[in-house]
Design a protein around this ligand. Sequence first.
Ligand code: ADP
Ligand code: MG
Length: 346
Amino acid sequence: MTKKQKFGMSTVLAGMLLTGLVFRPVQAKTQKYTNTDFAMNTVVSETLYTKGKDLNPSIGKLLKKTEDEILSWTEEDSQIAQVNHAGGETVEVSAELADYLKKTQQLAEDSQGAFDPTLGRVIRLWDIGGENAGIPQTGELESLLEETGYEKLELDGNKVTLKDGATLDLGAAGKGIGCDLVMDFLGQNKDVSGMILNLGGSSVMAYGEKPDQSDWRVAIRDPREPEGDYLGAVTLKGGEFLSTSGDYERYFMEDGKRYHHILDPETGYPVWNGLTSVTVVCGSGLFADGLSTACFVLGKEKALPLLEKYGADAAFVDEDHKVYLTEGMKERFELMKNTYETDILK
Ligand code: ADP
Ligand code: MG
């Protein structure tokens, strides 16, 4: 190699090194962003791991928009309110709402009506957790029950018809729908490596993984102790959803009886079957949320085939401080209190 050639080579090499230094993209570090927000009538806790920007404000907006424009029964302009006010006429809804309604109808059928999206007016009558909460007159409840029943919801593509005075209330699945939406949103953002989203402690979404790859864990509340007192924890993998329905979320006491917000669609009364909470884990937010309500109504024995159909795991907590776990839940449940005992559901 001549001197000139050597010089040329080293210039090329130096040039390569330099461009490498100058143009090598800066490897962004994963940052953790936490936030507390209010949406879907509940406190939203967000923990996000991303190499990009903080997406928590966008997630809050997405949840609020879905509630206001689609799911709310109080916002006059929401699609659900429009269907409810249509006086039995057929209403065309967005493809998004049509999809949610199709899924809720499927769950209503599969649970033989234990999950009932048409309980709207019965729920309003009780107003549990609201300003006018109280025990309805027997006659009142009976006549309203005639206007409920999931078979009164008719779907034909995007066209929705409510028969016989029925009204929709997606309260038992709304937070799960929110979790599904956030999961889809995160999937479109390559910078995000993980997130845990918790809506009011009752609907949780786990996405991706933590930087140290440790498990996502969700604490399960002791139904008879104040918030912050937990009886156990459940491990989630990225892509899984958890939902808890409990008789402690919204209730009032009268004559020593607990009037809570999970209603038996057959009687119109709160479910009194010894259960205090049901936690469900599955691969869909909407179904996890709807299933926890349905399983609370059905009780642990009748709920098993339903859980199997949806590939879901569950924990049933009862007044005797027993925690009944499905086989799959056993693997992911950790008991944290010695005043409770676990058993396997078969
Ligand atoms: P939370 O909203 O506290 O997470 P759930 O998911 O169990 O609890 O939903 C309970 C809400 O669902 C009630 O407040 C009511 O609006 C509605 N609901 C009550 N009973 C039923 C039922 N059997 N089927 C469908 N929705 C119900
Ligand atoms: Mg629910």
